[in-house]
Design a protein. Structure first.
Length: 317
């Protein structure tokens, strides 16, 4: 009887310190799960350290290790998509190499999928224990906001760490949009998902590659990808300002006819003009962001570009 295969996708960007630790732990789990075959698919996302060198060494020692190395840094979203597109397993997991996604959870996730008939088992860490106060505050605000303005539900503290059946992976791969927000895509495709809450451990090495600015841009990506509410708000605000202007004109006419009082107060008028102009520029910027995403989609640029894979590494043996 043919064994089921589990593919482990690991996007990597400058993970030379954590990779050996991760590999040791994930191979222990693979050894314990004797009734399943494994493949370890590392995605080198343009790392500038020895990440690729380490991955190549692992690939030569272990035939289960595969890798895809990008021509430059395309971002984690592209790395995850490349992994999903090239994974060959019956079940596919996405994990970080920093050990904040415990390899030991793979066993539990696999058992839940098999025994409870789920299509996906995913982990979430809603407490955000490893976040600072500022990041935790904005993260909580973000999940409340996206929950209200998007028709695609977002689970607070959702991580990319999940184990999925092949049919769910195929549905995600079919969504070939260039501007990717995977947490929303995972939710959009549906399927029966079980969520497990846990406290994410500290990184075993290195530091997070996501600065506050990168996280802010990623949050905007989620809004633009899964909600048109900002466009509706801009239209409503525009209508409100038109009504205010119409009422103000009537008030000024009545005041002038009744009291013969000329219109005064140019400082307040200047402030109003500045305020309304700022609102107009704000909403023009929002529309511009939507147009920019459309522009990038229309150009049909590749989500990632491959420089080399384990196939070239085999030839070098």
């Amino acid at each position: 009887m043919k064994k089921e295969k589990i593919s482990i996708i690991v996007p990597c960007y400058n993970e030379e310190e954590s990779l050996p630790i991760f590999y040791e732990e994930i191979t222990k789990i693979a050894k314990e799960m004797k009734n399943q075959d494994f493949e370890f698919l590392f995605i080198n996302d343009g790392s500038k350290d020895n990440t690729l060198k380490i991955i190549k060494a692992l690939s030569k020692e272990d035939e289960r290790v595969r890798f895809i190395s990008f021509s430059r840094n395309f971002g984690k979203e592209s790395g995850m998509y490349a992994g999903l597109e090239n994974a060959t397993g019956d079940y596919v997991a996405i994990m970080d190499a920093d050990m904040q996604d415990p390899p030991s959870m793979i066993k539990t996730m696999y058992e839940d999928i098999k025994n409870d008939n789920y299509d996906c088992v995913a982990l979430c860490s809603p407490s955000h224990k490893d976040y600072g106060l500022v990041r935790k505050f904005f993260t909580n605000c973000w999940y409340k906001l996206i929950g209200k303005i998007s028709s695609t539900p977002q689970v607070p503290g959702a991580r990319d760490f999940r184990l999925m059946k092949r049919k769910m992976v195929d549905a995600i791969v079919d969504m070939k949009e260039y501007n990717r927000y995977s947490k929303g895509i995972f939710s959009f495709v549906g399927f029966n998902t079980k969520w497990i809450e846990y406290e994410a451990p500290d990184r075993v090495a290195g530091k997070s590659k996501f600065s506050f600015w990168k996280l802010f841009k990623y949050a905007l990506e989620g809004i633009l990808a899964f909600s048109t509410t900002p466009l509706v708000i801009s239209a409503v605000v525009g209508l409100i300002f038109c009504l205010i202007a119409f009422i103000a004109v009537i008030v000024i006419i009545v005041k002038t006819l009744a009291f013969g009082d000329p219109v005064g107060g140019w400082p307040s008028l200047a402030c109003m003009i500045m305020f309304v102009s700022g609102v107009q520029l704000l909403f023009l910027g929002i529309m511009g962001m939507y147009l920019s995403k459309l522009y990038l989609e229309v150009k049909k640029r590749p989500i990632y570009i491959v420089k080399e894979t384990e196939k070239e590494n085999i030839k070098e043996k």
